[in-house]
Design a protein around this ligand. Structure first.
Ligand code: CP
Length: 307
């Protein structure tokens, strides 16, 4: 039995294999429509979600399986004080695989230690979000045709942004990636990610507070939301929330014609809606890709193949 807690739980070969299966699902969806017949996915979401939970559920339905779970910790026995370990043991009685989101960093890891069925980390606090990373990698590969030899800018909340931490970890294993970190001083990438991932792997990176000055260099721009729910002070959130707003005007003036703009979503103000129709905007397609790559992941962790 295998779980996915951190993107580094998968080798580069395994990630490439998952992306290949996702590409095949996109091309041949009918081939996969019965693969999970009789299997059940439990979605245990202790924190709000639209894309991750619904794409996991759609993924399981499109594989012919079933879904159970909760989308609000308030409707679960966590409100009565039940531990993550006990909840996991219970769900082992009812499902074949678990997708868990939790505000506490490490909660899905704890769940995996008490589980006989695979546990997938669907986002834990400001820590990791490995299935978003698979989604991001699939989107970059489908747009750029490769996962090496490009410059990617991460913009916004790099401190609490778990999607940023996971994607940087994943990209550190590919060749010739250059990283541009764009954030206010208060929301810089944590030192442990810089030291343990970027410096340790010899990844070239720069830090700046100015998006417009670096925009012309970028092949991929990964925008992120300033996350209200991670701030202790609302005043501080209000001061920082509109640090970066990508507009069509800035794109036309400064960006490459083949730039790929990603965002894990939800967006608030950081990408103006007038960017949505620009061919460089990939974020809605990215959300769709999340369903296909989660289908591939569910199959892999359950040991199931289409043929
Ligand atoms: N990208 C992402 O995790 O979105 P949700 O919070 O809606 O699941």
């Amino acid at each position: 039995m295998r779980s996915l807690i951190n993107i580094l739980d998968l080798s580069v070969e395994e990630i490439d294999g998952l992306l290949n299966v996702a590409d095949d699902i996109i091309a041949n969806p009918v081939k996969y429509s019965e693969v999970c017949r009789g299997k059940k996915l439990a979605t245990l979401f202790f924190e709000p979600s639209t894309r991750t939970r619904l794409s996991f559920e759609a993924a399981m339905y499109e594989l012919g399986g079933h879904v159970l779970g909760f989308s609000d910790a308030g409707s679960s026995s966590a409100t009565k004080g039940e531990s993550v370990a006990d909840t996991t043991k219970m769900v082992n009685c009812y499902a074949d695989i678990i997708a868990m989101r939790h505000p506490k960093e490490g909660a899905p890891l704890v769940a995996s230690m008490h589980s006989k069925i695979p546990v997938i980390n669907a986002g834990d606090g400001g820590h990791n979000h490995p299935t978003q990373t698979l989604t991001d990698l699939l989107t970059i590969r489908r747009k750029k045709g490769k996962l090496s030899g490009f410059t990617i800018g991460f913009c916004g909340d790099l401190k609490f942004g778990r999607t940023v931490h996971s994607l940087i970890q994943a990209l550190s294993r590919y060749e010739n990636i250059k990283i541009v970190l764009i954030s206010p001083d208060e929301l810089k990438l944590p030192s442990y990610v810089k030291k343990d991932v970027l410096q340790k792997n010899g990844i070239e990176y720069i830090q700046t507070t100015d998006l417009e000055s670096v925009l012309p260099e970028l092949d991929v721009l990964y925008m992120t939301r300033v996350q209200k729910e991670r701030f202790l002070s609302e005043e501080e959130y209000i001061r920082l929330r509109d640090s970066y707003i990508l507009t069509r005007e800035k794109l036309v003036k400064n960006a490459k014609n083949d730039l790929a703009i990603l965002h894990p979503l939800p967006r608030v103000n950081e990408i103006s809606v007038d960017v949505d129709d620009d061919p460089r905007a990939c974020y809605f397609e990215q959300a769709l890709n999340g369903k296909f790559v989660r289908m591939a992941l569910i199959m892999k962790l359950l040991g199931l193949k289409a043929d």
